[in-house]
Ligand binder design. Structure first.
Ligand code: B16
Ligand code: MG
Length: 230
C-alpha cells in the first residue's frame, strides 16, 4: 500500500467555518419556546450531530416532551432551520476559519483529492456563501447518508465517490463524534480543538491556524510506516 495519502475529507462546521454559534442561537430560541434552557456547554454535545438527533437531545431535557409527535418534531426542526438560515445569510469569505484556504490550496496543488464530509443539510449553501465550492471534488452532506456521525458512513461515502481506499484518506474534524466516524472508517484522523474531547484523534491541533498540509501528510506517513510489514 502506498504511504502517501490520496484525499483529505473536511468537516464543514468547526473546521472550514464556525457556524456552531448560529446553530446554538437557533436551537436556543426553539428550546426557549419549549421552556428548556440550553447553554453553550450543552451545545458542545450538538456539534457534528444531525438536525433531528440534536432536537431529540434537547427534548430529552424535559420528560414531559417525550410524547411529541413526529410531525410536531418536524415543525420544530424546520423552525430551527429557518432561524439558522437567517443567520447564515450574513456569512461570506471572511468567515472562513484561519489557515483553511491555504490548506485547501496546498491540498489541491499537491494533487490530493478534496471532499467535504458534513452532517449539515445546508452544506452546499454554506460552502457557496464562503466561496469555496470550486476546491471540492466531492461533497457529502446529510442528504446522502442514512447514519450520521459517529457512524463512518459520511466519510466512506466520500471515499467511495472518489474511488479511493479508506486507509489512503485523511479526515479533519472538530467534534468527538466526527473523529470517531473517521477512525471507524479506518482513515487517519486529524482533530481540531480540545484534547479533552478529541483524544482519539491520530493527530491533534488546537486551532485551524495550526493545520499545515506538509505536517499533516508527515504525521499520516509516520503512522502508516509503523503499520507497514518489515
Ligand atoms: P443542519 P458538520 C453539523 O455540521 C453541525 O456541527 C451540527 O451542529 C448540526 O446540527 C448539523 O451539522 C446539522 O446541520 O441543521 O444544517 O442540517 O460539523 O458535520 O459540518
Ligand atoms: Mg464539525
Amino acid at each position: 500500500m502506498s504511504i502517501y495519502p490520496k484525499a483529505i475529507i473536511y468537516d464543514l462546521d468547526g473546521v472550514i467555518t464556525d457556524t456552531a454559534e448560529f446553530h446554538f442561537l437557533a436551537w436556543q430560541k426553539i428550546a426557549q419556546q419549549l421552556g428548556i434552557p440550553i447553554d453553550r456547554e450543552f451545545n458542545e454535545q450538538l456539534k457534528g450531530i444531525g438536525r433531528m438527533d440534536s432536537l431529540e437531545l434537547i427534548l430529552q431535557q424535559d420528560p414531559a416532551l417525550a410524547q411529541l409527535s413526529d410531525q410536531e418534531k418536524e415543525i420544530m426542526a424546520n423552525r430551527k432551520n429557518e432561524q439558522y438560515l437567517e443567520l447564515v445569510e450574513t456569512i461570506d469569505s471572511s468567515n472562513i476559519l484561519p489557515g483553511i484556504e491555504e490548506l485547501l490550496a496546498a491540498n489541491k496543488e499537491q494533487g490530493l483529492k478534496i471532499a467535504l464530509g458534513s452532517a449539515s443539510k445546508n452544506a452546499h449553501y454554506v460552502l457557496d456563501r464562503l466561496g469555496l465550492t470550486h476546491y471540492f471534488d466531492y461533497i457529502v452532506d446529510a442528504s446522502q447518508v442514512s447514519k450520521g456521525k459517529p457512524d463512518p458512513e459520511t466519510f466512506t461515502v466520500a471515499a467511495d465517490a472518489l474511488g479511493i481506499e479508506y486507509p489512503a484518506c485523511i479526515g479533519i474534524e472538530d467534534s468527538a463524534a466526527g473523529v470517531a466516524a473517521i477512525n471507524a472508517a479506518h482513515m487517519f484522523s486529524v482533530g481540531v480543538g480540545d484534547a479533552a474531547q478529541l483524544s482519539d484523534a491520530d493527530y491533534l491541533v488546537e486551532a485551524t491556524s495550526q493545520l499545515d498540509f506538509k505536517e499533516i501528510v508527515e504525521r499520516y506517513r509516520r503512522k502508516m510506516a509503523l503499520k507497514e510489514p518489515d
